[in-house]
Write a protein that binds this ligand. Sequence first.
Ligand code: AMP
Length: 303
Amino acid sequence: MIARHIGPDPDAIGSQIALRESIKLTFPDKKVYAIGAGVNKFKYLGYLDKLDYNSLTNALLIVLDVPNYSRVDGIEGLMYNDIIKIDHHPKEDIIGTVDFTSSDYSSTCEMVANLLYSTRLAINKEIATKLFLGIVSDSERFLFKNTSVGTLEMSLRLIKDFDLDFTNLYNNLYEKGFNDCKFEAYIIENLIITKNSFAYIIFDNKKVEEFDTDITKASTIINNFNFIKDFIVWCFVTFDEKNEIFKINIRSRGPVINEIAGKYNGGGHDFASGARITKKEDVDKLLKELDNECKKYLAKGEK
Ligand code: AMP
């Protein structure tokens, strides 16, 4: 059973499906499933398995791209014997019996690609395509600090070995509707920017509806602000009405933010983190803390 985090992105789903296909190809008799809720916009990465696993008693759980049990999608009630973990987030409570955890990689897809190339696990063009898309997406087109020489070498290897039509593949990740552009413009117009160069927006759901967009796009749009030199930290706050929870996206060009996010039921990477908060007062507290972090950063003269 291959699982990954809730609210998946192309790295989570890409690594999951690529690994499933590789295991199937290498060991045709094994039963291997990629589990968790499907996401329409990532259908191009392949299908997820829908199965009733309550009758399984002897599963091997492979957890990808997630460090904590509370954020693994779709394993409630699953009886498993052992865990293999592969993840590029800082270590939290999941420790695999076999554990490949390292923040030195751009993405879990890069780690899975390394695994396939260094073992007898099979790889073909379809698998290589998913891994390449996960690497490109999670490194934000090789712009994030987690991009290394190894990331570039692995990407080149996948492109060369499987003749990937990489420029056309980008459409899957970056094509967007004009409404999404207008939504981005709305965010730019409505960001609140403090004197400490902290920028944030608390979305008004009624307003968002007018753009006929999917609020989960906030996670993608927030990355478009990476090179705005007037912001040190920036943050989007969305209220999920169904689950009655505030979802927070945070990015930084300076201070490490995942420790602050960690205090608010969150976590993630040093400069790209998220949190889930139930009380509005705690959202306000988090915003204050982030603003203060920018103030300290400015005081140190690091900008
Ligand atoms: P996002 O802003 O949703 O793209 O998330 C940025 C990073 O933070 C990703 O690596 C997520 O896995 C991580 N993340 C987001 N929300 C949480 C959370 N509530 N707890 C731990 N990590 C999170």
